[in-house]
Design a protein around this ligand. Structure first.
Ligand code: ZN
Length: 157
């Protein structure tokens, strides 16, 4: 689709967005995607999640240390109307409400992290972010991050 006048994103970003028939349907990201389904775009050698850039570009508010959540549950969607800023806890609550807590285990394991959350943790680890900082970001203890890293190394997630 065409780049809006006030957009600071490159034209090639917008050329990879499929706008739906009406403004309210999902806008699909046509190019590369992360394994979790989020749109991926590289700008100056850094990879970004397309929906996060879209949120920032549209609403011009800081998304640092915040999650940009999909109200439509479609990770490949970049329609700003379907995106909402939230904390990690909001995301968990929302996923629970939607019944998507596939990996939520109660009790036995030392973590309450759910699947959408965990992929973020792994991607931060892969980007070299320290476990300590990730723990602060998500408001959880370091042992949870260490546990996820261990599971990931063992190929469990
Ligand atoms: Zn959508």
């Amino acid at each position: 689709m065409q780049s809006p006048i006030n957009s600071q994103l490159p034209k090639r970003f917008w050329s990879q967005v499929q706008q739906g028939e009406t403004p309210d349907v999902c806008w699909e990201w046509l190019a590369l995607k992360y394994p979790q389904g989020y749109g991926l775009i590289s700008i100056r050698d850094r990879n970004y999640r397309a929906h996060r850039l879209m949120y920032y570009d549209t609403y011009k508010v800081s998304i640092e240390k915040k999650l940009v959540m999909h109200l439509c549950n479609n990770p490949g969607c970049v329609n700003p109307k379907h995106l909402e800023l939230g904390t990690a806890q909001d995301n968990t609550d929302y996923m629970m409400k939607c019944g998507r807590q596939k990996f939520g285990r109660v009790g036995s394991k030392p973590h309450r992290l759910l699947e959408p959350y965990r992929t973020h943790v792994i991607s931060y680890l892969q980007q070299g972010v320290k476990a300590k900082d990730i723990a602060v970001y998500f408001g959880v203890s370091r042992s949870i991050i260490a546990y996820i890293r261990k599971q990931h190394r063992e190929g469990l997630v």
